[in-house]
Design a protein around this ligand. Structure first.
Ligand code: HEC
Ligand code: HEC
Ligand code: HEC
Ligand code: HEC
Ligand code: HEC
Ligand code: HEC
Ligand code: HEC
Length: 352
């Protein structure tokens, strides 16, 4: 979804030009100490997943928009930049609430972002979010369909401890230890150690003096996951089949839950890695938006690779353009690719 820009180049410079000082906690959880030996560390930090949470200082959207305004009902909003910080305020014409933004959730390069605000030691989820498709603020998804009842509601939603554990747990690294919130140790984005466990033990072993094997037991390559294992592994954040099924949401708003959608496709075989998430997505690289890049993935089964997987009578390339249609997430201002791979029929109801 992203084109490399100055931000990435700046990041790369930081990665390599930074003097070899003692590693901070952030460094240890991130890609920096891995870059010497693993090429994954050169690309993964710059993916949308690697930047799923951004600091206000480095947030591209806030830097590029020193003033954002919006109206919602009788409330008017303003996000204003001063130096390397941004404040968020809302007024009903009489009273005003102003709060500093602490973090942005969602990469600047991706579909949109919601702001985490702070007041009197509490955190709030902003009622207004920025959407790339609009290049403007709009109501936050999940904020409800009714207009805010009062100024406080118009500003944002108070985050419970559970909300914080969940939001930061999926969008950042080291934000929680078990059920304890550890925001002081938070490292922005989904970093190596979020997916690869035991990385600290690996580093210690490599540096030579631990007497333990260099690849400790917890550090598996994650290479040999079946489709089902991958769907559950990635589903920790992208939601598992079971979570969505239990919620009972069978409307088009479940199109963003790829593990659920994929499981409903005739292509899906829980034991076959060729239809697992990593078969089509290298989690260390930006997602390809070129349909032709996926043809070989489909043809790994269709056209002789797997017994029973038929050939298409209509076309021989760019399969995903017809069989993984892009569908608008209501209120999300973004089209997701439906992972329920199928023959799409005109005017069919959404296969929930
Ligand atoms: C000094 C070099 C070095 C550094 C630094 C290093 N690794 Fe490794 N890593 C290795 C070696 C060597 C292996 C074993 C490779 C093999 O068996 O093919 C390995 C194995 C791995 C594996 C398992 C791969 C597999 O296929 O079994 C993962 C995952 C991994 N490293 C992640 C990391 C992460 C994350 C970091 C940073 C926190 C890191 N490594 C830092 C050298 C390094
Ligand atoms: C720790 C939580 C977490 C895990 C585990 C996780 N993801 Fe993500 N992923 C996210 C978040 C959060 C985003 C949204 C990033 C954004 O738009 O800001 C995302 C975005 C993505 C995207 C689209 C954006 C992009 O260009 O990177 C893909 C593709 C993706 N993830 C694939 C995977 C796959 C494949 C796996 C399993 C190997 C996986 N994810 C595991 C949290 C996670
Ligand atoms: C279970 C893991 C998980 C939790 C909890 C979670 N997110 Fe996400 N978030 C994701 C993933 C995965 C994506 C990318 C795909 C998508 O949009 O569904 C994402 C995408 C987003 C985006 C990009 C735009 C959009 O709406 O798709 C925003 C903004 C966002 N999340 C904010 C939040 C906020 C705020 C919270 C807490 C109230 C939160 N998320 C909780 C996993 C999570
Ligand atoms: C979103 C989860 C996720 C994140 C974040 C992540 N990885 Fe991985 N990594 C995986 C998965 C899944 C595989 C197995 C891929 C496959 O089967 O093709 C993997 C494989 C690897 C391997 C083994 C590759 C091989 O060919 O054997 C290395 C080394 C590695 N990752 C290093 C890193 C480093 C370094 C970082 C941070 C810069 C990182 N990973 C971040 C999920 C992740
Ligand atoms: C057979 C190939 C294939 C498999 C398997 C697959 N994807 Fe995708 N995925 C795609 C394509 C194609 C896109 C659209 C890329 C684009 O146009 O930007 C995509 C896009 C995405 C996106 C970006 C948001 C969206 O929906 O457009 C996320 C997140 C994602 N996939 C996650 C996953 C996860 C998690 C799994 C495993 C459950 C998975 N994918 C399995 C082909 C695949
Ligand atoms: C793991 C093997 C595998 C992979 C990878 C795979 N498929 Fe399939 N697919 C199957 C099987 C098996 C069937 C059921 C038999 C048939 O209809 O061909 C199927 C069915 C289909 C159907 C018919 C579905 C219906 O509604 O009747 C379409 C269309 C399709 N696949 C397209 C694709 C596309 C496009 C890709 C790549 C994005 C893909 N497949 C990847 C195995 C696979
Ligand atoms: C231009 C749109 C389009 C493209 C591109 C396309 N298909 Fe299809 N495909 C269709 C339509 C429409 C049908 C249903 C009509 C039919 O059965 O002949 C279909 C049927 C299928 C079927 C079911 C076949 C059967 O006999 O039941 C499979 C499997 C399939 N496609 C796979 C693929 C694969 C793999 C690719 C890429 C190599 C691909 N398609 C590219 C439109 C497309």
């Amino acid at each position: 979804m992203t084109k490399p820009g100055t931000f990435q180049l700046f990041g790369l410079l930081l990665l390599f030009v930074a003097p070899a000082t003692a590693l901070t906690q952030a460094d240890k959880s991130g890609a920096k100490p891995c870059a010497e030996c693993h090429a994954q560390a050169l690309s993964q930090p710059f993916t949308d997943m690697g930047r799923a949470l951004e600091t206000v200082e480095l947030c591209r959207v806030l830097i590029d928009h020193p003033m954002l305004t919006a109206m919602y009902g009788r409330y008017s909003y303003r996000i204003e930049r001063t130096g390397d910080q941004s404040t968020y305020s809302v007024t009903d014409g009489t009273a005003t609430i102003t709060m500093p933004i602490r973090w942005a959730l969602g990469a600047s390069s991706a579909m949109g972002q919601t702001y985490i605000l702070e007041k009197d030691g509490e955190l709030y989820e902003s009622r207004m979010s920025w959407y790339r498709e609009l290049n403007a603020l709009g109501p936050t998804l999940g904020g409800g369909n009714t207009l805010p009842a009062n100024l406080q509601e118009a500003a944002g939603r108070l985050m419970s401890r559970d909300d914080k554990l969940r939001c930061f747990g999926c969008h950042a690294t080291n934000a929680a230890q078990g059920k304890n919130l550890t925001l002081e140790k938070l490292v922005p984005g989904v970093q190596c150690s979020h997916c690869h466990e035991a990385t600290e033990a690996h580093l210690a072993a490599i540096s030579g003096n631990s007497g333990k094997p260099a690849v400790p037991a917890g550090l598996q390559s994650l290479h040999n996951m079946t489709a089902e294992q991958a769907a559950n592994f990635c589903g920790r954040c992208h939601r598992t089949w079971a979570e969505v099924a239990i919620q009972g949401n069978f409307s088009v708003s479940n199109v963003r839950f790829q593990p659920y959608r994929l499981t409903g496709s005739k292509c899906y075989d829980p034991d076959d890695a060729r239809i697992g998430c990593p078969a089509c997505h290298d989690p260390h690289r930006e997602v390809s938006a070129h349909p032709a890049d996926y043809d070989a993935k489909c043809k790994a089964c269709h056209g002789g690779g797997k017994a029973g997987a038929k050939n298409c009578r209509i076309a021989k390339k760019e399969c995903v353009t017809c069989h993984m249609p892009k569908m608008e997430l209501p209120g999300g201002h973004y089209k997701f690719s439906d992972h329920r791979i199928r023959i799409v029929k005109a005017n069919e109801p959404y296969p929930g």
